[in-house]
Design a protein around this ligand. Sequence first.
Ligand SMILES: Nc1ncnc2c1ncn2[C@@H]1O[C@H](COP(=O)(O)OP(=O)(O)OP(=O)(O)O)[C@@H](O)[C@H]1O
Ligand SMILES: [Mg+2]
Length: 228
Amino acid sequence: MIEIHHLYKKYGSDVHVLEDINLTIDRGEFVFVVGSSGAGKSTLLKLLLREILPTKGFIKVFGRDITRLRKREIPYFRRNIGMIFQDFRLLEDRNVFENVAFSLRVIGVSTREINKRVPLTLKLVGLQDKALKNPGELSGGEQQRVCVARAIVNRPAVVLADEPTGNLDPNTSMEIMKLLHDINVRGTTVIVATHAKELVDYFQKRVVVLEGNRVISDRERGVYLNAY
Ligand SMILES: Nc1ncnc2c1ncn2[C@@H]1O[C@H](COP(=O)(O)OP(=O)(O)OP(=O)(O)O)[C@@H](O)[C@H]1O
Ligand SMILES: [Mg+2]
């Protein structure tokens, strides 16, 4: 589903962030991307979302080289990808329902369909009772659940999460990671960049380690502690 070929990324003229990255991620996989701060995890996710372009190399997603997408094709490509950030990025002046409905409204999904899909998705993340609250009235963990709901409401094939538990306490972090795991079990490919050692060790999923601009380890059922 995702093929990364000899990917290089430089910011400016000489700051190499990624060098010769090669990765294949199959449909339905759950992948942790770990590595020290500045190793290039967020850069890799931004490349996958086609937020930025590589300096060299290419990325195939669903069989298409996304480095060659035309500008007007990018929004269509992104409909198949759900993105979750560390800092939530919710619309503070809209309630939970509207935050989740927003991306569906943008792409012209009917109100009738939205009124079906949003409550189902909120139920899936355990927020059926919070639909009318604003983000400011929710705990950090609940806000991140809204973000998970927002990322999956359009039933994307892939969910990318950049430090989804970075602002949460250990118990809440575990809940969010379990939620991502459930989503994966239902068939969505999930890629999570994280520093959360205990969670990586607990879930025993594929672990890709970025260090010194490169992938230094890629293991099927890896642990974080021994990864370096
Ligand atoms: N827009 C940018 N312009 C210039 N340099 C950048 C830019 N974005 C990131 N960098 C640099 O690229 C390197 C990798 O950054 P990136 O955010 O991908 O790391 P990371 O692995 O996500 O780190 P963290 O764990 O702290 O989130 C860092 O040295 C960073 O300073
Ligand atoms: Mg980062």
